[in-house]
Design a protein around this ligand. Sequence first.
Ligand code: SAH
Ligand code: SF4
Ligand code: F3S
Length: 477
Amino acid sequence: MSKRLYIETVGCQMNVLDSEMVVADLKQHGYELVATPKEADTLLFNTCSVREHAEEKIYSALGKLRQTKERNPDKTIGVMGCMAQKDQKLIFQRAPFVDLIVGPGQLQQIPTLLENIAAGKGRQLAVSLGRKAGSQDTIRRSHETFDPLRDPSMRPTPFQAYLRIQIGCDKFCTYCVVPMTRGPEQGRNPAQIVAEAQILADQGCVEITLLGQTVNSYRHTDEEGTVTRLSDLLRQLSEIEGIRRLKFVTSYPKDMTEELLETIRDLPKCSTYLHVPAQSGSDEQLKRMKRGYTVADYMEMMERIERILPEASISSDFIVGFCGETEEDFQKTIDLVRRCRFKNSFIFKYSVRPGTKASERLEDDVPEDVKNRRNNELLDVQNEISAEDNLKFIGQTVEILVEGPSKRGQKQPEESPLVQMMGRTICDRIVVYDGNRRQAGEFLPIEVTDVSSTTLVGRVKTVHSGPELFQLQTLDR
Ligand code: SAH
Ligand code: SF4
Ligand code: F3S
């Protein structure tokens, strides 16, 4: 039997990492990865449920496969990830030609489930327990993942990798489906995390991004009662030779402690980019969202960051049009964005998620056109701030890790000597410059000559003396 695998991934970094592991696993079972659904005999969709739109896109992609499956009944079609966990059997009803449904906690079973299908055992389904479907321990274990398997060719670049340190979420924000799809919050064993980081470093990774839904709430207690927090982990991971940058996403405002910020300040490998979603600038809305902090708490956190890490760049997420959001509430969000001057913000229109507290108890009462308007208005304010704040980089030299050709560079002819390359500073600013493809994976000093709201434009600065280079490395911190 030929084993040609096509995989499509949507959603957050967790899903990107999960797909990498599934591909690594299936390659060990003789599968080869192909680039298009046409060439494949096994098609997997790694799905997201965070907004309705994300799910609709998957259902419509699945719908397009109906005829393909009729013509080629031997093709196997699988749905994995958060939507598999959330919709479970419903997916078989909406797309009866699907063969396989696997939740994020059952990914290690995929090779066996595919074998069962090939052996004629019919459709297969494996998902985790619901949040109230058993003892805490069995629920927890049903959501565990199998992280050591890696496949460098599946990464955004071979020298950058994600590393999960935390599974699930216990915050239960009223709008959010993640605690249901990813299960209870669990800090992974630090010894395992360090061992995996070492493997990544041995494979040539220079940058590791630690993943967790509320990554700065990371906590692990061993049998002797020793507690490891994110700051302890960062210290341990910093020791690994070969790793030059450590990032972590996503942070929860209430757990951005003084101790963590001081650790970041004292560890040169730690990125000074903090993604700490505020979600709203109105106390009434934060309460309805059950975010667990007030605007004053958030501003206090901002002051703490400013005091300990003045060079940090901060980004946020916002939901506009959440239940009960008045024009006044929305103005308070605009005010918060103006006061915090985020590097960038991800803005989402509220989308009702079945199974959440908000879907049961609050009315989705902001009309779609108002959500659209607020979305655009907030985006305009943020873009204006980003463009203004980027101006201060003109004339500065920043150190970047070159990731590869930019979008424009990818369209330039393969043989052209100069292509537009893209990289990031330690505080996650995107930088483009004219260079060559071989520079991917290098750390280069770039003198910034122009900026937009999203990008710094520059040229490679040639440096000769050692001390000067040392200075450059600290400039953008
Ligand atoms: N764990 C992260 C975010 C996970 S989801 C955190 O708590 O910060 C990513 C973002 O999607 C959230 O920050 C939120 O802004 C948005 N989001 C989550 N549920 C949503 C919903 N029902 N409708 C619209 N946006 C939502
Ligand atoms: Fe969802 Fe809130 Fe958990 Fe983030 S902290 S994943 S928004 S429940
Ligand atoms: Fe989506 Fe699941 Fe991530 S719902 S945002 S893929 S944790």
